[in-house]
Design a protein around this ligand. Sequence first.
Ligand SMILES: [Zn+2]
Ligand SMILES: [Zn+2]
Length: 447
Amino acid sequence: MSPSFLSRLARTSLCGVLALAPLAAPASAAPINDKFKSTVASFVSEHIDDWVAVYKDFHTHPELGLQETRSAGIIAAELRTLGFEVTEGIGQTGVVGILRNGKGPLVMVRADMDALPLQEKTGLDYASTVQTDWRGENTYVMHACGHDAHMAIFLATAQTLVDMKKDWKGTLMFVAQPAEEGGGGASKMMADDIFGKFGVPDYGFALHVGPSAYDTVQIVKGQMNSFAGGFDIVFNGIGGHGSRPSTTIDPVMMASKFVVDLQSVVSREKPEQEFGVISVGAIQAGSAGNIIPDTARVRGTVRWYKPAVGEKLLAGVKRTAEAIVAMAGAPDAEISVRSGGTAVFNDPDLSEKTLAAMSKVLPADKVYFAAPTTGSEDYGEFLKAFSNSVYFRVGVYDPALFDETGAPLDVLKVPGNHSPFFAPVPAPTIETGVTAMTTAVVNVMAK
Ligand SMILES: [Zn+2]
Ligand SMILES: [Zn+2]
């Protein structure tokens, strides 16, 4: 994308904002101006060292999903110190902080708290060496998805907003969510009736950090990521000696065929112009080279943008498994195919409005509309209750590592989320995140 294209986008979006009808609680004046920009910039530079220390502390002490008691405790204490009414234990380890500041909209800001079960290899002096129990096994733990940065930015944003209280009105709902990485944390908070207890937000904002330049913010207008489903299939065979396969029904053969044939569902059945992916991430069978085992287990993930594509892919997974069982003359398989995670949709008007505001505070050519990603994110569970929300992305690496289109010059130098080498540059990442999030919030709450 050329710089001129970026600035054209920014201009277009600004025009879009001027034409927008007011939403739930309209700002009475243009809130995001040079004064706001300089106030935020000086507050951020005054406090960035503290926030980096908070980030490094979270990074050194990662916790897996639904085990985030230390992180939740720090967040609850910090929010209380800032004057929020804090409720803990929403969705098991989740935290909700409410701050009332006059009549105005209810605005949710959400961060996730959980880390991942892998061993950190960054070599940083604040790297994690934590190990814990995970599903009955010991594992290393690392903040490899950047949720430590999300928590630091979340607390820094709360502090900045409290300092700027005279510039906005309404109620803040700061939500620290557990177990985003597959543990159903958002669903658990919804099951605990978060919005029944604290109100349905008029606006919602969340962010995710990732492997792009740390001075950039990307917003996707509309659907920003994929729906997620998965499968867990146990092929049942008849075990026996590896030298006499005719006396067995070999589940390893069935699993192998299944893994290969699945890809013809993607290449032959999915509409060519639509996005859809099926990936097998785990195969387990057998214990020795000369034993044909009696079971083989295959687990995988399915991602799509359009619901009809998801239905087709999931049906294809099930049909392929059943056909392989029939082909082998095997006993019935245990077939579990599920459609789980919902996609995140950004409200198009609020996306325009938020991008225009951020473009006044951050370099305009560094804040731009981007294409959807193929990942998933359970923030979408919250959007079953309201839709006026924007979830944006913030980069974490030195801009010198990217070309003018934002593409990495060497992909090996910019490890992505879930890599054991994922290593955001703390200060500039947090600066961009706090500035962008504070701008997004004040933009809809200005006096
Ligand atoms: Zn992740
Ligand atoms: Zn994540």
